[in-house]
Write a protein that binds this ligand. Structure first.
Ligand code: ASP
Length: 313
């Protein structure tokens, strides 16, 4: 029997012990990932996921989430979900209850009501304050024609130099290998703050922000989703391991692949990975970024530094 292990982006620390408790009591990797994601989605201090996530251009919180199992490659996702915090639980309902992989917008909200999830205002005083700090600049923009592109480009540039804006993006990743050696991976996010309404990032796109396969391992991303979407980054990491690379080599190669992108919005990218034997690793385009790891032999999670891979000139 394997030693169960969970790997997450640093903001996943609030869910690590719960996830490992699920593994200790014989739960599956999927159970562990969903339990952990629910705690991050409920955390009012995290403005990048679930409740208190930062709103889009119109002040609406729109959540994206996905789950994947490594055994039979089952997957479920929701995107642009409004009014419900439990995006990962809803992704599980898509995976287990519908003959589909991805449900968006109104359909996602309808499914949330049908499955009995609690409807909720996802904004908090603090999240609205952060949102309003830039909303004035965006308030004159009524449509894409009114310069949304230029305003966002400007904002993204400032995000990289203004520490107060660093929290304007973020996502949580969980990868897990359970006692039976089976994998699950999960991602949940409120996406980019001030995003264009209906924008869907990499988090709910299987292969872009999330991928796992029991035979080769798992990977998930945070950072600029459009980059991971264009390079199928999570799937690339797993495929590189399939063809013989170590996890560290696979993560590095997936980051190098992002360098070719013609993208005026290019910004930070981060990947966490777990190889088929349960060895964790993580990379970031920014220095001093961390991730968290906990296995069943540990009393709490361990925060580790990611390898930095330069992707910008
Ligand atoms: N990857 C997320 C998205 O593009 C955001 C982030 O992690 O910063 O929606």
């Amino acid at each position: 029997m394997a030693n169960g292990i969970v790997v997450a982006s640093a903001n996943g620390s609030v869910g690590m012990e719960a996830a490992v408790d699920v593994l200790r009591s014989g739960g599956t990797a999927l159970d562990a990932v969903v339990a952990a994601l629910a705690l991050v989605e409920a955390n009012p201090e995290d403005h990048s996921v679930g409740y208190a996530g930062l709103p889009n251009m119109l002040g609406q919180v729109e959540l994206d989430a996905s789950l994947m199992e490594g055994k039979g490659l089952r997957a479920g996702s929701v995107a642009a979900l409004q009014d419900y915090q439990d995006a990962a639980q809803l992704a599980r309902s898509v995976m287990e209850g519908l003959p589909h992989v991805l449900i968006v917008g109104e359909g996602a909200r309808r499914l949330a009501a049908e499955t009995g999830l609690e409807q909720k205002d996802l904004t908090t005083t603090e999240s609205l304050e952060i949102w309003k700090s830039r909303a004035d600049e965006l308030s004159e923009i009524g449509s894409a024609d009114d310069g949304y592109y230029n305003h966002m480009r400007d904002l993204v540039k400032r995000m990289s130099s203004d520490p107060q804006l660093v929290d304007a993006h973020g996502t949580v990743n969980f990868l897990c290998r359970d006692r039976n050696g089976e994998f699950a991976s999960g991602v949940s996010t409120s996406g980019w703050a001030w995003k264009y309404p209906g924008r869907v990032g990499d988090s709910p796109i299987i292969g872009a922000g999330n991928y796992c396969d029991d035979r080769w391992g798992a990977a998930a991303c945070t950072g600029r989703g459009e980059m991971a979407q264009r390079c199928c980054t999570a799937h690339s990491v797993v495929t590189f391991m399939r063809f013989g690379m170590s996890l560290e080599e696979a993560l590095t190669q997936a980051m190098i692949d992002l360098k070719q992108l013609d993208d005026p919005f290019a910004s930070e990218m981060n990947i966490v990975g777990l190889d088929k034997d349960g060895n964790p690793g993580a990379v970031s385009s920014s220095p001093e970024k961390t991730y968290v790891v906990m296995d069943e032999s540990m009393s709490t999670w361990d925060e580790r530094e990611r390898t930095t891979v330069q992707i910008f000139a």
